[in-house]
Design a protein around this ligand. Structure first.
Ligand SMILES: NC(=O)c1ccc[n+]([C@@H]2O[C@H](COP(=O)([O-])OP(=O)(O)OC[C@H]3O[C@@H](n4cnc5c(N)ncnc54)[C@H](OP(=O)(O)O)[C@@H]3O)[C@@H](O)[C@H]2O)c1
Length: 297
């Protein structure tokens, strides 16, 4: 397989470089490379990718700054919607596969039921709307595709919620974290490994193309997630100033943000697990593994 990977320096893209390597040649592109692979310029991007004649395009690049997207809707649209559409057209021309990632933010987060792939969408902000349009453009193109919707991604590279909590817990004796948003923290490493399994199967059986939810199993709130992170750090001898049990749970309204977040980010992985015969490990496993890596245990 000749694979072109976009967003190779992001949380998921970094892990994909590792996970896709056994499948074939991986050409990892970055926006600062030469020539540039800039998703803010869909036509130039498409020409560049076309010239590389991939059999598989994996797009892990995205405009992921959820709040900033509210004030940069045009840029978020180019990166999250127009470029995936342009990549899908290249995939059609080359008869290539397109692997693309999307998000729980395509849903409105109402109720408490887990969404499946056919559930009604209803994004609450610019990020979710542009990601949904990206998905729709990929599906409408008719290219052979795999769209993996995930949530609450953590990795060993870049900033993430767990790292922010570790820093704050070392500095402060009191922490407040929202407890009315529920979802599944999902490791970039897990998502990358799942991608490799799914791609390999779909490569052999193109009828498996489609949209799938790919998240770790179980669920928690940001508050529950923070408690696990801080207690893990404490029990492994790291500097933690906040006393045990002193992380205060507050509603989302306590932290107003430019973008509204879905309260219910539960995604059902039944389709993924049944179609590809996969198990999704509990979210705690991935978080503890990531903590061990970043804290050097
Ligand atoms: N993070 C989450 O919690 C989350 C949740 C649900 C779904 N997802 C989805 O999962 C996928 C991977 O997300 P992630 O967490 O790995 O994101 P990330 O760590 O923010 O990485 C995004 C990558 O996209 C690249 N990028 C941004 N703008 C670009 C542009 N104009 N041209 C080229 N590259 C550009 C970034 O490049 P630089 O390194 O140069 O900035 C970075 O490598 C995305 O589709 C995202 O929407 C993420």
């Amino acid at each position: 397989m000749r694979i072109v990977l976009l967003g190779s320096q992001g949380q998921v893209g970094w892990e994909l470089q590792r996970a896709l390597a056994p499948l074939g040649e991986v050409i990892a592109l970055t926006r600062n490379g030469e020539p540039t692979a800039d998703l803010a310029q869909p036509r130039a991007l498409a020409a560049h990718v076309r010239s590389l004649a991939p059999q598989v395009i994996v797009n892990a690049a995205a405009y992921t700054a959820v709040d900033k997207a509210e004030s940069e809707p045009a840029l978020a649209h180019e990166i999250n919607a127009a470029s995936p559409g342009a990549l899908a057209e290249v995939a059609v021309e080359l008869d290539a596969w397109l692997v693309h990632y999307s998000t729980d933010y395509v849903f409105d987060g109402s109720g408490s039921a887990a969404r499946d792939e056919d559930s009604r969408t209803g994004p609450l902000g610019v990020y979710g709307r542009t990601k949904l349009e990206g998905e729709e453009r990929v599906r409408a193109s008719g290219c052979r595709h795999l769209i993996l919707r995930t949530s609450w991604v953590h990795g060993t590279r870049g900033g993430n919620f767990a790292r922010t909590m570790l820093r704050l817990a070392a500095e402060r004796d009191r922490l407040t974290v929202v407890d009315d948003q529920v979802g599944a923290p999902t490791g970039a490493d897990l998502l990358a490994d799942v991608t490799a399994h799914v791609l390999r199967s779909a490569w052999r059986r193109p009828s498996l193309a489609g949209t799938y939810h790919a998240v770790a199993s179980g669920e928690t709130s940001w508050h529950g997630y923070a408690c696990l992170v801080v207690e893990w750090a404490r029990s492994h001898g790291h500097a933690v100033k906040v006393p045990a049990g002193a992380i205060e749970a507050v509603p989302s309204t306590a932290f107003p943000t430019p973008a509204r977040r879905p309260l219910n980010s539960r995604l059902s992985t039944n389709r993924l697990r049944q179609t590809f015969d996969l198990e999704m490990p509990p979210w705690q496993h991935g978080v503890e593994r990531m903590l061990a890596e970043v804290l050097g245990q």
